[in-house]
Design a binder for this molecule. Structure first.
Ligand SMILES: Cc1cc2nc3c(=O)[nH]c(=O)nc-3n(C[C@H](O)[C@H](O)[C@H](O)COP(=O)(O)OP(=O)(O)OC[C@H]3O[C@@H](n4cnc5c(N)ncnc54)[C@H](O)[C@@H]3O)c2cc1C
Length: 392
C-alpha cells in the first residue's frame, strides 16, 4: 500500500517521523520482536489543553422517519421539501438536491427560490442551475453561520438518519439514489479547491473485527459502506492502544472550504443570495419564484411546524493544526448502551483549520452552549488514547 507508511522499529527511523509519544514502545525489546511484521508508523496527535483552540456546537436536524423529500403543488406553484438530514447532510446534499431538482422539471418556469444556504440548500441550488434554472437563495444565515459549518464532516450517508424500524422500501430507494449520487458528486470534487479528500481511517478495537462479509449493512448499499480498502492490523502492526485496528479509506470534507466554494459556484452560475428570515409558510409562498425548494434544516420545525424534527446537539473541540497528522482515528463507545459516561470513545480528524476531536450526540437539546463536561471528557479521552502504549 503506497498510501501507508511502513517502517521497521528502530531509533533512527523513529526520530525521522517524530514519534515522540509512541517511540518508547516501538523501541522496546518486546516490540522489536514484531518488527519482522513491520509496524505502521503514524505521527501521534499531541493532545494537551494548551493546544485547544476552540469548541463548536451544531444542532443536527433529525427525524426518526428520515429526511423529507417531496413536492407539493400549491395552485400553479411547486413547493419541494428537502430537509431533515440528521447527521448526514454533508454527505447526502448532492443526492437529495438532485432528486428535489428533478421533481421540479415538469414546471414550465425555470425560475426557482431555494430557502436555506447550508450544505443542503447550496447543493440543491447547484442541481437546479445544472438543469437550467435561474436560482435565488433566500436565507437567514450564510456560511460560516450555518449548522453545516459545525460538521465533522466526512462521508457518512447513513449516520443518525432514520430509526431502523421506520425504514420503508420507498424511503430506502430514495436514500440509495441520494447516497449514490452524492458519493459520485463528492468524489468528483476531490481536491484542495473544494476541500474534499480521501483519508485513511483507523478504527481501534480490542475485539477481533469480523471479516468483510459479516459487516452490518444498515440502510447503506454495500458499495457505499465505509468498508472500502478494508484492512485489519493486529498486535504489533500498529501503534494504537488496542489489540486491533481496522483501516479503511473515507471521504473527508472541510466544511469552511467546501461551503465557500459552493457559494462561489452558485454566484458564478448566475445565482443570487438574499438574506431574509421567513416566519410562516405564507411568507415563503409569497415569493415571486414559481418553484420553491425548502432547505431550512432544523428551521422547518418552526417554519413549517414539523414537530418530528428534533435537534441532536453535536460538539467538536479543535486543537491547533499539527504537521504530519494525515490520518483519521477513533475508538467506538463501549458505554453507549449502559448510558454511563463514556471514558473510551475517541474521534479524531485532521483538517486545515485544526485537529478535530469529538463528537457528541445529545438528542432534544436546543442549546448552543458548550457542554463543559463533554468537552473535558473528549479531550481527556483523546489524551489517554494518543499517549497510551499498544498492548504487547
Ligand atoms: C458535530 C456535528 C458533526 C457532524 N458530522 C457530520 C458528518 O461527518 N457527515 C455528515 O454528512 N453530516 C454531519 N453532520 C450533520 C450535518 O452538519 C447536517 O446534516 C447538515 O449541516 C444539515 O444541512 P442543512 O443545509 O439542512 O442545514 P443548515 O446547515 O442548518 O442550513 C439551514 C439553512 O436554512 C436557513 N434557515 C433556517 N430557517 C430559516 C428561516 N425560517 N428563514 C430563512 N432561512 C432559514 C439557515 O439560515 C441556514 O442557512 C454533523 C453535524 C454536527 C453538528
Amino acid at each position: 500500500m503506497n498510501r501507508r507508511t511502513l517502517l521497521k522499529a528502530g531509533g533512527l527511523a523513529l526520530c525521522h517521523v517524530g514519534l515522540a509519544e509512541w517511540a518508547p514502545v516501538l523501541a522496546s525489546p518486546v516490540h522489536a520482536l514484531s518488527a519482522a511484521r513491520q509496524t505502521l508508523a503514524l505521527t501521534p496527535v499531541h493532545v494537551s489543553w494548551d493546544r485547544v483552540i476552540r469548541t463548536t456546537v451544531g444542532l443536527r436536524p433529525h427525524r426518526d422517519s428520515g429526511f423529507v423529500l417531496r413536492a407539493e403543488k400549491q395552485g400553479d406553484r411547486l413547493l419541494v421539501h428537502n430537509y431533515g438530514h440528521g447527521g448526514a447532510g454533508m454527505s447526502l446534499a448532492w443526492g437529495t438536491g438532485a432528486i428535489a431538482a428533478d421533481m421540479t422539471l415538469a414546471q414550465e418556469s425555470r425560475r426557482a427560490a431555494v430557502i436555506g444556504c447550508g450544505a443542503v440548500g447550496l447543493a440543491a441550488a447547484r442541481q437546479l442551475q445544472r438543469r437550467g434554472f435561474d436560482v435565488v437563495i433566500y436565507t437567514a444565515t450564510v456560511p460560516p453561520d450555518t449548522t453545516s459549518n459545525m460538521s465533522m464532516a466526512s462521508f457518512t450517508p447513513a449516520s443518525g438518519l432514520i430509526a431502523p424500524e421506520q425504514r420503508t422500501p420507498e424511503w430506502d430507494a430514495q436514500f440509495h439514489e441520494a447516497a449514490t449520487t452524492s458519493a459520485e458528486a463528492l468524489e468528483a470534487l476531490v481536491g484542495s479547491e473544494y476541500g474534499v479528500s480521501w483519508i485513511d481511517h483507523f478504527q481501534a478495537t480490542d475485539r477481533p473485527p469480523p471479516p468483510d462479509d459479516e459487516q452490518p449493512d444498515g440502510p447503506l448499499p454495500a458499495f457505499l459502506t465505509t468498508q472500502r480498502s478494508r484492512e485489519i492490523l493486529g498486535p504489533g502492526e500498529h501503534p494504537f492502544p488496542t489489540r486491533y485496528v481496522v483501516r479503511t479509506s473515507s471521504l473527508r470534507i472541510e466544511p469552511s472550504t467546501y461551503l465557500e466554494a459552493l457559494v462561489r459556484d452558485v454566484v458564478q452560475f448566475g445565482g443570487r443570495i438574499v438574506i431574509r428570515q421567513f416566519d410562516t409558510p405564507a411568507d415563503v409562498m409569497a415569493l415571486a419564484e414559481p418553484v420553491i425548494v425548502n432547505c431550512t434544516g432544523l428551521g422547518s420545525h418552526a417554519l413549517f411546524g414539523d414537530e418530528e424534527l428534533v435537534p441532536v446537539k453535536g460538539q467538536l473541540t479543535l486543537l491547533s493544526p499539527q504537521e504530519g497528522v494525515t490520518y483519521r482515528a477513533g475508538r467506538r463507545s463501549s458505554a453507549r448502551a449502559s448510558g454511563s459516561p463514556d471514558v473510551t470513545a475517541v474521534g479524531m480528524m485532521p483538517r486545515r483549520d485544526g485537529i478535530v476531536l469529538g463528537n457528541t450526540q445529545e438528542r432534544g437539546v436546543w442549546s448552543l452552549d458548550v457542554n463543559e463536561e463533554a468537552r473535558q471528557r473528549i479531550v481527556t479521552n483523546a489524551m489517554r488514547f494518543f499517549r497510551a502504549t499498544p498492548p504487547r
